[in-house]
Design a protein around this ligand. Structure first.
Ligand code: ATP
Ligand code: LTN
Length: 335
């Protein structure tokens, strides 16, 4: 690539709502590190998104620091990428207001994540929960990101961000890059080990449903041993075999082997042996992350240095875009 040519920009975020799950890792975060050489990458712990569900302040603070350390432990290099905490850069919230004024009530009402979370937190259906996707659009558009690596459950939000960008551009003249979703072919939706039609989620109440990336080997083996399968005996990827399909997907992601090769490897074997093999593979796969995380959490000063630097770089980059958007919309310049 010629020096004068702009590298493409990647943005993604993850909420500080607990230790990342195997789903977060495989569907999103593990893909972020390898993008760093080819793209200008910006990764954020989105704490402003996390307060759309009521949270204890001490817990939020703790989980934000842990989430930041987890990103680095998952291979994100704060020298190569901009890695920061969302609330440290006020430009996201500022742009979010502007974008909210080109977003329709009807569009936000159709968001499945809003419907799911509103049903789950019926006593606190706050305005932030409703406008969550507008803030997400601002996260992305304030860096003019070209691509957004996410899991499949975020596809609808990304589509809305694209619509908002197109609408703004039509109304006020060419302003925002219209971002593309970057969704992995295998592993974009890892399922719960207990209810394999539902996605694996950080906030699942059943501790056996979810593999957390800091789980130790014994815990991982126990959870896989208890994973729900079916009454058939064959290890093959097929309609109606949600539990086995999920385990095959996980095994494929942890070992890098294609699904057909995994099916061949286990032809004629029983579910019990298969579950053990998946557990072993996942434990080996996650081991380096656990080790690096423990090292980073022992060096809080380093983490703080990284997020301070990240916030400054994020602010500078996003400020150019926000200033331009303010001009386009007709706000009076004062600088
Ligand atoms: P919560 O349970 O708190 O809503 P979550 O587990 O859905 O959290 P997020 O912080 O919302 O996690 O998501 C971070 C990233 O992980 C997103 O890109 C999302 O698409 C991806 N992701 C989440 N769950 C899965 C899953 N089960 N399989 C694949 N990717 C996933
Ligand atoms: N909504 C996402 C987290 C998120 C995000 C973003 C992802 C917030 N802002 C910008 C990609 C780009 C989620 O719940 N997983």
């Amino acid at each position: 690539m010629a020096d004068t040519e702009r590298k493409k920009v990647i943005f993604s975020g993850i909420q500080p709502t607990g230790v990342f799950t195997l789903g977060n890792y495989v569907g999103a975060v593990r893909n972020w590190g390898p993008l760093q050489d080819e793209y200008d990458c910006i990764y954020s712990i989105v704490d402003q998104h996390a307060i759309t569900v009521r949270k204890d302040p001490a817990k939020l603070r703790q989980q934000t620091v842990e989430g930041y350390a987890l990103l680095l432990a998952c291979g994100i290099d704060p020298k190569k990428s901009i890695v920061f905490i969302q609330s440290h850069n006020p430009n996201h919230a500022q742009l979010s207001w502007v974008l909210g004024c080109v977003t329709q009530f009807g569009e936000l009402s159709r968001m499945t994540q809003f419907k799911d979370k509103a049903a789950k937190h019926a006593d606190d259906i706050n305005a932030g929960l409703f406008t969550y996707p507008v803030l997400m659009a601002a996260d992305i558009l304030t860096y003019n990101a070209d691509a957004v690596p996410i899991g499949d459950d975020q596809r609808q939000h990304l589509e809305l961000a694209r619509n908002i960008a197109v609408r703004f551009n039509q109304r006020y003249g060419d302003m925002f890059t219209v971002p593309e979703a970057y969704i992995p072919k295998v592993g974009a939706r890892i399922k719960s080990l207990q209810e394999p039609t539902k996605k694996m989620s950080k906030s699942d109440e059943n501790p056996n449903a979810t593999i957390y990336i800091l789980d130790d080997k014994d815990t991982i083996m126990r959870k896989f041993r208890r994973a729900v399968t079916d009454s058939d005996t064959e290890i093959r990827f097929a309609e109606g075999k949600d539990g086995i399909n999920n385990l095959l997907t996980i095994y494929s992601c942890a070992t890098g082997k294609g699904i057909p090769d995994c099916e061949k490897e286990f032809a004629g074997k029983g579910y019990g042996d298969f579950k053990l093999a998946v557990g072993e593979a996942v434990a080996d796969y996650l081991e380096p992350v656990r080790t690096e995380y423990a090292r980073l959490m022992d060096d809080r000063a380093y983490l703080k240095e990284c997020w301070t630097d990240g916030a400054q770089r994020a602010f500078r980059m996003s400020n150019k875009v926000l200033t331009k958007a303010y001009r386009k919309i007709g706000f009076v310049d004062y600088r």
